[in-house]
Design a protein around this ligand. Structure first.
Ligand code: S3P
Length: 170
């Protein structure tokens, strides 16, 4: 069995979109930690944040990750999953991690239209918040096994680069 491909990166970096395409191309299952969490709790991610707060969200996120079985699959994650050191133990158990490295200016541009679904950006100066989160998390994302600089090309180009990067690792 080949290891799972786990996509890491900021909100708006395309983990879910690219991950879904990658899974389809490789003919493997696609998993999304946010979607699993939301399904389990029967609430949207913003509702989970509203009702229980970020700390509880993070606990559920870790529980979701722990419940995944090693398999040939693509796993898309929430942007903050890299924060808990114990999550890295689970990543290693499951497969290889890839950081989708998108320049923060591109993230700002993308999230200008989509930020409302992101509870952490529901603040007045969301751009500064995003830049701060990006700067704080960058050293963590860089701990991934592989790094893919993307954000300028089309989705198809990103997918192709991703496939090349993975090679026969997964
Ligand atoms: C978060 C990113 C979100 C979601 C939650 C927290 C984060 O996922 O998990 O809102 O801390 O960056 P996406 O990265 O899919 O937007």
């Amino acid at each position: 069995m080949k290891p799972a491909v786990i996509l890491l990166g900021m909100m708006g970096s395309g983990k879910t979109t690219v991950g879904r395409m990658l899974a389809e191309t490789r003919d493997v299952e696609f998993q999304d930690t946010d979607a699993i969490l939301s399904r389990r709790l029967g609430r949207s991610i913003p509702a989970v944040f509203d009702l229980y707060g970020e700390e509880a969200f993070r606990e559920h996120e870790t529980a979701v990750l722990r419940s995944l079985e090693p398999a040939s699959q693509v796993v898309s994650t929430g942007g903050g999953i890299v924060l808990a050191a114990s999550n890295w133990v689970e990543f290693r158990r499951l497969g290889i991690t890839i950081f989708l490295d998108v320049p923060v200016d591109v993230l700002v541009e993308r999230l200008a239209t989509a930020r409302r679904r992101r509870p952490l950006l529901e603040v007045e100066d969301w751009q500064t918040r995003l830049r701060d989160l990006h700067a704080a998390r960058l050293p963590l994302y860089r701990q991934a096994d592989l790094n893919l600089e993307c954000g300028s090309g089309s989705l198809e180009e990103t997918l192709e680069s991703l496939q090349t990067l993975i090679g026969d690792r997964a």
